[in-house]
Write a protein that binds this ligand. Structure first.
Ligand code: NAD
Length: 347
């Protein structure tokens, strides 16, 4: 039996809790949150769990094998470092860290101590997206010309006003890209690799008195394989909806799919490929866990991590890829700042 501690019991916690709580090889030992009352909805359904506002209590417990760090972006680095130094394996929510060098340091520390660390990147476990990636990697689209991503989503006034960190540049590290657009960028990188060149523009157009960060951002990239890419994200839309379309165009075909609605059939216009036949081989439940648009893919990645501990093998999604994603995000913000965008300041 593996014992774990959850650190941070906020909006994303149900997506971790359900998998951990139902897993036959895992017992949740600790629920930790600075606001300790946030642990109550989860603690109430467990018989043998301790709650605490201090992550140190979790790290000091020798029975704990791994921790799930589900806190704000700025706290990921130090909490993960303390966990590794205490000999715990680590799952960190996305983004791995705000600063790329912190992410690299965590990977090096885990390697030196023979510990496993992963960053959540649940869409990399989506069977449909993996089928699409396989088609692209087999060259079915011919020469890849363009990858275009567009995320249209809305965040309410309460989303910012009721949070101590959303929209704060020092804690969130950005918004539209590092927070809402993270997965779209991450999946594009998983298809096309790291951009060789990147240029970005950012703006703060909605909730201007509430946030210091960007709500709208546009990236243009040249990938190492020569394909061009664009990524346009806004979280300033009036409605709380998620429209997250990725389009890949090659000389021999085109694929379009929605990242957050993977059960909706993608457009596959590739000669000789019958995607409905492929999809019949893909089994998914698409059950709602926690907040609806978070999806149910966490289950697949967390179960893979637990198996990697039991079988003493590498997890399927290596942390180096999460370092790459954080590095590209850092480059994009640096470019946006060079192009005139500045963080704001709110009290
Ligand atoms: N993978 C996804 O699709 C997805 C979706 C939503 C959020 N997230 C990520 O999950 C993380 C948490 O986001 P959220 O929306 O749940 O935030 P949240 O604000 O709802 O919850 C964070 C919780 O962490 C607690 N906390 C902060 N610092 C702490 C510390 N040092 N020790 C103990 N508790 C501490 C806070 O009190 C808060 O309750 C973020 O990294 C976010 O980007 C990922």
């Amino acid at each position: 039996m593996l014992h774990c501690g959850i650190i941070g019991c906020g909006r994303i916690c149900p997506n971790h809790f359900v998998t951990l709580n139902q897993h036959p090889d895992v017992a949740i030992r600790w629920l930790c949150d600075l606001q300790v009352h946030n642990t109550a909805p989860f603690a109430n359904s467990l018989s043998n769990v301790r709650t605490t506002p201090s992550a140190d209590d979790v790290f000091k417990d020798p029975s704990v094998d791994f921790v799930n760090i589900l806190t704000d972006h700025a706290s990921h680095y130090l909490l993960a470092k303390q966990a590794l130094l205490a000999g715990k394996h680590v799952i960190v929510e996305k983004p791995f860290t705000i600063e790329p060098e912190h992410a690299r340091e965590l990977v090096a520390l885990a390697t030196a101590n023979r510990l496993k660390i992963i960053c959540i990147s649940q869409h990399r476990f989506d069977p449909m997206i993996n089928q699409i990636r396989a088609l692209v990697q087999k060259g079915k689209l011919g020469t890849l010309l363009q990858i275009n991503g567009r995320l249209l989503c809305g965040r309410s006034t309460e989303y910012y006003s009721e949070s101590y960190w959303h929209g704060r540049s020092a804690i969130d590290g950005g918004s539209a890209l590092i927070n809402q657009g993270y997965h779209m960028l991450d999946i594009i990188l998983s298809m096309a690799g790291i951009p060789a060149k990147l240029n970005a523009y950012a703006a703060r157009r909605a909730h201007v008195d509430l946030i210091e960060t960007e709500d709208t951002i546009s990236l243009q990239c040249v990938f190492n394989n020569g394909a061009l890419g664009s990524l346009n994200i806004t979280s300033g839309y009036a409605k709380e909806e998620w429209n997250a379309e990725i389009e890949m165009v090659g000389t021999d075909g085109r694929i379009v799919f929605d990242l957050h609605s993977p059960h909706q059939p993608p457009v596959i216009d590739v000669q000789g490929v019958n995607f409905s036949e492929i999809m019949q081989t893909v089994t998914r439940t698409y059950q709602k866990v926690g907040i609806g648009y978070y999806g149910d893919l966490h289950d697949l990645q967390i179960k893979d991590f637990i198996s990697s501990l039991i079988e003493d093998r590498s997890p399927a999604f290596l942390p180096q890829h999460a370092v790459d994603t954080v590095t590209v995000i850092h480059q994009a913000y640096a470019s946006a700042h060079r192009n005139g965008f500045a963080w704001g300041s709110i009290s």
